[in-house]
Ligand binder design. Structure first.
Ligand SMILES: [Zn+2]
Length: 83
């Protein structure tokens, strides 16, 4: 079964599990998760390509998807806005 990566839409509201992203094994038929199973914070599915998930390009893409401005990841789960 494929692994999917999810991440909190708003890292400030997530728990330790979802703030930095987490992976779930799901079948293609399963509905995508909309909430973190730990804390219930809204999450979105990250398009997961192993090895690319933490590249800079992907990070910008993920930030855009999450509705942020361009963000720089300063620490695990912390973002800094760049204008
Ligand atoms: Zn959570």
């Amino acid at each position: 079964m494929p692994l999917y990566e999810y991440e909190a839409k708003d890292p400030a509201k997530g728990c330790a599990k979802c703030r930095g992203g987490f992976t779930v094994m799901q079948s293609l038929k399963d509905d995508r998760l909309e909430k973190c199973p730990e804390c219930g914070a809204p999450v979105y599915r990250v398009i997961c390509a192993p090895g690319l998930a933490h590249s800079k390009t992907d990070l910008h893409y993920r930030a855009k998807r999450a509705g942020f401005h361009t963000l720089k990841r300063v620490n695990k789960g912390e973002y800094e806005k760049i204008y």
